[in-house]
Each structure stands twice: as structure tokens, then as C-alpha cells.
Design a protein around this ligand. Structure first.
Ligand SMILES: [Zn+2]
Length: 348
């Protein structure tokens, strides 16, 4: 179902010539909210809950810095009241954060996080939203703006705007999103980048990097609500974006591997080990976002690379030292499920 709607949206955008790489933009009615809009920023973790810890840094400290930058930037806009669930290093339960937003009449709760993966090889940013009703529609509409803003302003790799339901199918998997929804508040988790992967280290460790992330978040919110700022000299009141429809039934996450993963050999230079492939990959429920390759029939794998081609494209690689000449790739979807391609045997 998700696929069909997405296809229609993309087809419509393509017909209008509005298609950007990875994103589609369709003129639509903006989010209509009361004035002023009440935006609740939630710096993830805090106190005894440190979150992820890498390179001598705690996620709870980084989220507070991103959130503070987001707060300061967003406060420069007119027609918006900005509140934060915490401004210090304190413990808060997810229910307390959601209740705080609900008590303040928040239109949206943005939960600020940084990521890490068990395999330490994922990179990029992603947005998690509710699978339900208008919470889904608002989450998806905002999430796509946010991801595009982070990609443009900061350069992080987009891993998608996604839903995830609890294994029992009785609510949203992520506690802050579920707790907010149960109190009538739309929430999104912004996972800005991965703390445990070298691709992303500059996006949170460089001087001024966290402020840049927070500003991008604020700009995304301003675009979503069509805000303007005379201080900043910007006016997003005419800003147009994809308005997702409400979810009539909950939007379950993609739980299957990509369906198509095929490679064809275009060229192989024995002397340099350089290989050119034509690769095809697709997934009916979500997008392909990464590929990796193996030169020894799948015994060992390269790191992940961003999957740029829209459905199919050229891959250039240099065979690793441990290559046996049996070449294959894996294509990974937004939910980190992967499929291995056919194997190609190079003439050694
Ligand atoms: Zn976190």
C-alpha cells in the first residue's frame, strides 16, 4: 500500500518535473495549525541514561547541544512558541516527556537523537514517525523535509523516513512516539547521524557541527509550518512540500529482504583489479540505500556504500586483497535488510 501511494506521488512529481534526487515535491496544502504553533523539542536521554557513547562523547550531551541550537534558531521565527523537555542533564521518562508536550498543547514533538548500530557499519540520518492515522501523515510530511534539509545543509546520507510498529502490532515501537500519540501529540525521532561510523564523525565531532544539525532541524520545522522570520530575512509561507495522506490502516515496517539484486560484468582490468558492474536492485516496500561487495564469493564483505542509482546503475570497485575472483554484491534497504546478488567469476 505504501508503495502504491509513493509511486503515485513520485509519478506526479516527475510529471511536473519536480523530482529531486531521492525526494519528490508536490504542491500541497501546508500544515494548518493554530497560531502560534507550539513546538516541543526533546533532547534524547539525560541524567543516568547517557544513550550511545563513542569517541569520549555521550549522546545525551550532544542531543542537548543540537536541541539548544534548534531552539535558538526556531525562536527567531514569528508565530511559534518553542519549548524543551529538558535544558539540563536530568533523567526524564518517555512518558514524562510526552506528558510535558501534551500539557503545553504542543503541535509536534521532535525527539533529538544520534545513532549507533550493532555492526558499527551504518551511516546517515533517518526520521522515525508514527504508523497511525494523521500522526503518520504529519510525521512523513515533516520527516521528508527534515531529511532533505539535513542532506542539503549538512551532507549526511539519507536513510529514510520510516515507521516501526511493536512486535505485537499494538502500537508504535518507539516509546516516545507511542507515548506522544496516546496523548494526542504527533512526534518524530530525528536520528541525526551515527556516532560509531567514520563516515559520520565530522557531522557531530567537528567545530560547529552540532549547531549546524540543530539549525537544519529548525529550518525544516519552519518550512513545515510555513513560518517566517524578519530577523533571518526568510519567509517560508509559500513553501510547498509533499503532504502525505492519513494512514487508514497502520503502516507496518518493511519486514522482507529486497526482491531484486542482479549484477552484470561490464569490464575487468586484471592489472589494476578495477571492475565495472551494471547493478539492478529493487524493493517493493522500501528503498534500497546501500550496497556492499565481496571478491571472494561472500566470505568477507566491503564496507557499505550509498546506493545512488534509481533502481539500476554502474558500480566501480577495486578488488580487495583477499579476492578469489568470485564477485557478488549485497543491496540493503532502509530497514537494513539485504539480498545477495548472483555471483560473477572473473578470469584471473
Ligand atoms: Zn538515542
Amino acid at each position: 500500500m505504501k508503495k502504491n501511494i509513493r509511486r503515485k506521488v513520485i509519478a506526479f512529481a516527475a510529471a511536473l518535473g519536480l523530482l529531486l534526487p531521492g525526494f519528490s515535491a508536490v504542491p500541497a496544502v501546508k500544515a494548518q495549525a493554530k497560531t502560534p504553533v507550539v513546538v516541543c523539542i526533546d533532547p534524547g536521554h539525560g541524567g543516568t541514561n547517557g544513550g550511545a557513547a563513542y569517541n569520549g562523547l555521550w549522546e545525551k550531551d550532544l542531543t542537548l547541544q543540537i536541541a539548544t541550537a534548534m531552539y535558538q534558531e526556531l525562536s527567531l521565527y514569528e508565530g511559534v512558541t518553542v519549548i524543551m523537555t529538558r535544558t539540563a542533564d536530568v533523567d526524564l521518562t518517555l512518558a514524562q516527556r510526552a506528558q510535558f508536550a501534551a500539557d503545553a498543547g504542543a503541535d509536534f514533538l521532535y525527539s533529538i537523537h544520534l545513532n549507533a548500530s550493532p555492526s558499527h557499519n551504518l551511516f546517515g540520518s533517518e526520521v522515525w514517525v508514527s504508523a497511525y492515522d494523521s500522526y503518520y501523515a504529519k510525521g512523513m510530511s515533516f520527516g521528508n523535509i527534515a531529511l532533505q534539509q539535513l542532506t542539503t545543509d549538512v551532507g549526511v546520507y539519507p536513510r529514510g523516513v520510516k515507521t516501526k510498529m511493536s512486535s505485537k502490532g499494538t502500537g508504535d515501537y518507539y516509546g516516545i512516539i507511542n507515548n506522544a500519540r496516546l496523548r494526542g501529540v504527533t512526534a518524530a525521532i530525528i536520528e541525526h547521524c551515527h556516532m560509531d561510523e567514520a563516515h559520520d564523525s565530522g557531522f557531530y565531532m567537528k567545530e560547529g557541527a552540532l549547531e549546524k544539525l540543530g539549525k537544519a532541524d529548525a529550518t525544516a520545522v519552519a518550512k513545515y509550518y510555513g513560518l517566517k522570520s524578519s530577523v533571518l530575512g526568510v519567509d517560508y509561507s509559500g513553501y510547498q512540500y509533499v503532504q502525505y495522506p492519513n494512514a487508514k490502516t497502520p503502516r507496518m515496517q518493511d519486514m522482507t529482504d529486497p526482491e531484486v539484486a542482479e549484477i552484470e560484468l561490464l569490464s575487468y582490468d586484471k592489472s589494476t583489479g578495477k571492475v565495472q558492474l551494471y547493478a539492478k536492485a529493487s524493493d517493493a516496500q522500501s528503498s534500497i540505500i546501500y550496497y556492499s561487495y565481496s571478491g571472494n564469493g561472500g566470505a568477507t564483505w566491503s564496507g557499505l556504500f550509498g546506493w545512488r542509482p534509481a533502481g539500476a546503475g554502474y558500480i566501480e570497485l577495486t578488488l580487495p586483497e583477499d579476492a578469489t575472483g568470485e564477485l557478488c554484491i549485497r543491496v540493503h534497504n532502509e530497514y537494513d535488510r539485504f539480498t545477495e546478488s548472483n555471483h560473477i567469476f572473473l578470469q584471473q
